[in-house]
Design a protein around this ligand. Structure first.
Ligand code: GCB
Length: 610
């Protein structure tokens, strides 16, 4: 215990070391051979008393659920004798994976706890080959068993993890059992209360990835400020050192040989070819990039651009840009979302931003979104703010909570650093100013700088109000490249919309400012042209007119991401007439109907130059 604490303290004190310590096995999925998608129907069993982990009465060496987890019931049951099993995942109900259980059946709508899932599958086997399971996200804790053996655990609902199963996998009849615990607590990230749905389950794809003994674990390439393409390739395995590797970009006629060092890492550094077209929202050019290590290859589609700040300007490819955006939750459009985002669902959401609102930017709040969203943003041409769920309040004083948040940040950065769309890493949202909280965030900012100095750091901050003046007194400002604030005057509190027009902003002039949130609830179809009461579409549209007019007077404002694109599920929102479990601040309803305010924002963005 003490050793673990000392390790964690060392991690906190030494960000440069932390970069390596935080490097998880990655197996980036880009495009590689030998990938089996395990999506489909998985059977499940609820485990309300967590008997899969505990045997309270001690009557038997293992609880019934533990026996099921570890023993193949179907095989045992076929044998003569008195075997007795109560849990039976083979005959349990089934649901579609990926997908949150809350939307799978009404019985599980508000279930918050432990469910065991099972999937049987065959796997082609070749000698010398290695096998891995890659989970793109399990919310919130995962306990992974293959053929009765525990092969891995993970905490954190929004980032991928990989477990090696080379020694446990069989050619036929594999039994994969995953315990998923959606409970959050005082030490988790996020903590116990959020303004979004619980969405427990295996919410993103699970893949079986098979590789040669030595394989490409990670490969990255970007354009730096000096106009060079720089990157690296990491081999993992017994023959990782001193191996010849190649980088190829057919569209640029570029082949770059390199050699791995003693740690299996090769580096690339070459002047960008003259014909390189830079990625931007207006021209989202992506190149097919192939990383080749002989018997293993990974292909990715990568865009090249630079992002920087100069004084209060944000510079994309050296040119000032204004971020015309909106916040989005990871929830597909439809009456019963299951947090199941595939390419089509991502394009539908992002299409509303790009084509409907004339936007160039999205804030993917409040946690790392499905990889499909990031890839779609790259393809469509939208800049992205990516955030980890350090939301409202977590246990600032627990080093394990900080370690967890740093690992989430690392898992996000490693996953998405080839995405040109991602320009901002956000280290949190609306965390109340206090010394322990600022220390926590400062450590996170150090982690980001160590892992990815090429992007900008921000956080959505709370503002303070003195009369008509809004100001920010947050010591975290010095860690941020871009200031971002959430402001709800005119919705929460007693300000009239006239008062919103009189607000004055006192913010540091030497950094860009974003309004990371502002918004108002409206029930679609509730029109109130005369009284213009709150919750009507008319009030929401007026609120937007007033806030956009006020925003136009803030000299260092460089972008907007109002709250929020779509009405989303939230157990905190129980107004019996207008909400019924939905946060209604969407510009579109949960089924995609546009509210009046949608047009107000669309007109504003259309009229606004870069
Ligand atoms: C906020 C939070 C966001 C909430 C929103 C609201 O400031 O960052 O998660 O959903 O306000 O609707 O109140």
């Amino acid at each position: 215990m003490i050793r673990r604490l000392l390790c964690l303290l060392a991690l906190i004190a030494a960000p440069a070391l932390a970069a390596d310590a935080l490097r998880p096995p990655l197996l980036l999925t880009g495009a590689r051979a030998n990938v089996q998608d395990l999506s489909g129907r998985w059977t499940y069993s609820k485990d309300l008393y967590r008997t899969g982990f505990t045997d309270i009465n001690g009557w038997v060496a293992k609880s019934r659920m533990q026996r099921h987890r570890d023993v193949d019931v179907a095989a045992e049951e076929g044998k003569p004798g008195p075997a007795f099993f109560e849990f039976d995942l083979d005959r349990g109900p089934a649901m579609d994976i990926p997908g949150a259980w809350n939307s799978a059946t009404p019985e599980l709508r508000y279930f918050d706890g432990l469910i065991w899932f099972q999937r049987r599958f065959d796997a082609p086997m070749k000698t010398g080959q290695r096998s891995f399971l890659r989970f793109e996200a399990v919310n919130y804790r995962a306990y992974v068993y293959l053929n009765g053996k525990e092969v891995g655990r993970h905490e954190g609902g929004f980032t991928p993890f990989v477990v090696e199963v080379t020694d446990t996998l069989r050619a036929q009849g594999n039994r994969l059992v995953v315990g998923v615990d959606s409970k959050h607590d005082a030490d988790s990230v996020p903590g116990e209360i959020t303004d979004w749905d619980l969405y427990g389950g295996i919410t993103r794809p699970v893949k079986l990835i098979q590789t040669p003994a030595t394989f490409i674990d990670d490969a990255t390439l970007r354009l730096n400020d000096a106009g060079r393409l720089v990157g690296s390739l990491q081999l993992n395995g017994p023959q990782a050192a001193n191996r010849a590797v190649n980088l190829r970009i057919a569209g640029l006629n570029l082949t770059l040989p390199a050699r791995t060092d003693a740690n299996g890492e090769a580096r690339f550094d070459v002047a960008a070819p003259a014909g390189l077209k830079r990625w931007s929202p207006d021209a989202p050019t992506l190149y097919d990039v192939e990383f080749d290590a002989g018997d293993d290859k990974v292909r990715d589609r990568i865009g090249f651009r630079t992002i920087a700040v100069r004084g209060s300007e944000i510079l994309l490819n050296g040119q000032p840009i204004f971020l015309k955006g909106i916040c989005i939750h990871e929830e597909e459009i439809g009456p019963n979302p299951a947090r199941r985002i595939d390419d089509a669902a991502a394009r539908r959401l992002l299409g509303e931003v790009k084509n409907g609102l004339h936007g160039n930017y999205v804030r993917l709040s409040h946690y790392p979104h499905n990889e499909a969203m990031l890839r779609a943003a790259d393809e469509i041409g939208l800049l992205v703010w990516s955030e980890i769920p350090v939301y409202w309040t977590v246990n600032w004083d627990n080093p394990a909570t900080l370690g967890l948040a740093r690992r989430m940040q690392a898992e996000t950065i490693y996953r998405d650093r080839n995405r040109a769309s991602v320009v901002l890493w956000s280290i949190g949202n609306e965390t109340p100013v206090a010394d322990n909280r600022t220390r926590f965030h400062t450590a996170l900012a150090e982690t980001v700088r160590a892992l990815d100095p090429s992007r900008l750091i921000s956080a959505a901050l709370l503002v303070e109000r003195k009369g008509d003046t809004i100001h920010i007194a947050d010591p975290l400002l010095k860690e941020l490249d871009v200031i971002a604030v959430n402001t709800y005057a005119g919705w929460y509190g007693d300000d009239t919309l006239e008062a919103v027009g009189k607000l004055r902003w006192e913010v540091p002039a030497d950094k860009p400012l974003l309004f990371s949130e502002f918004g108002a609830d409206a029930q679609v179809g509730f029109r109130d042209a005369t009284l213009r009461r709150k919750f009507s579409e008319d009030y929401q549209a007026d609120y937007y007119r007033a806030t956009l007019a006020m925003a136009a007077k803030v000299p260092t404002l460089r972008g907007l991401s109002p709250w929020v694109l779509k009405d989303f599920r939230s157990p905190r929102r129980e107004h019996p007439v207008f909400q019924n479990g939905w946060n209604r601040k969407g510009l579109i309803s949960e089924t995609g109907q546009r509210k009046l305010a949608f047009e107000v924002v669309a007109e504003h963005y259309k009229a606004r130059a870069k």
